[in-house]
Design a protein around this ligand. Sequence first.
Ligand SMILES: [Zn+2]
Ligand SMILES: [Zn+2]
Length: 308
Amino acid sequence: MAMPTQQKYPLMIHKPIFRILDLCCGDGGSAVGYAKALEALGYKVEILGIDIERMEDYPYFFIQDDVVDFIERTPYEWFQQFDLIHASPPCQWASITRELAIAQGNLPSDINIMPEIRIFLKQGDIPYVIENVVKAWACERCNSLRMRGEKAIPGCKECKEVRKPHTILCGSSFDLAVQRHRMFETSFPIEKLPCNHKTDSWPIGPKGKPKPIGIYHSLNDYVGMTKWKRWDEGGRKGPEPTLGGWTAKTLEEAQQAMGISHISKWKRLKEAIPPAYTEHIAKCFIDWRDKQPKPKAQVQEKKMLDAN
Ligand SMILES: [Zn+2]
Ligand SMILES: [Zn+2]
């Protein structure tokens, strides 16, 4: 009797599964970054996103729910099926574009569920990533000032201390046309990447220097209209942008600037973070996890992955 060939009976190669819980997931800018990095490393990736609003373009499993309620009523054992928990709590209350939103008649949301999410993640033993705008991490005094609608202390030293252990990522480090400084508080180290604000990826602004493309309130908007200096260089006419730069003119321009192709609505795109950020974080996470002492089963899994 002839031996069965390998073609007829393919080897069952086990791909390790990597599970991510994505809290306040939005339409999945972060999620696709994790998936891209982990799939390239040979993992089968399963992601579950939870958000209070329906996210039509979210590309993975999705539950529409209030994240804080969900955390409170779900046993911690359930969360332990995940390798990593990512959270992007709403940040409008701390956003630099808040004043502009008010000026334009859009009342920003004052919901701040970051403290609850932070306590939950820090008390547990599941690796986590908390993402937000830089100002979301502040000293108690500045936090309460801002919650009252007042300005935080300029150049506050205590705020600097609070932010020190965390990592800022910038679009310029990934050759993206956006700046989008975002801060990441993680339970594992992330490699810091220097900003490159002279990048060729940013269009040239009014002073002959590169200026990032803004993806904020409305398409083709001018951000930070504090100086009404006319400027028509490069076909753009209008007041000089002083805050972030020019807002993208089309959805396609914004998608390209962010490195996102799956989000089809401006409303969701402007809330997203570039997947390049979490792609970087996922790689740092795996580097870190590989260096940790492992139980035997995981060593076996790693060998199979390497042989793959
Ligand atoms: Zn402060
Ligand atoms: Zn930067």
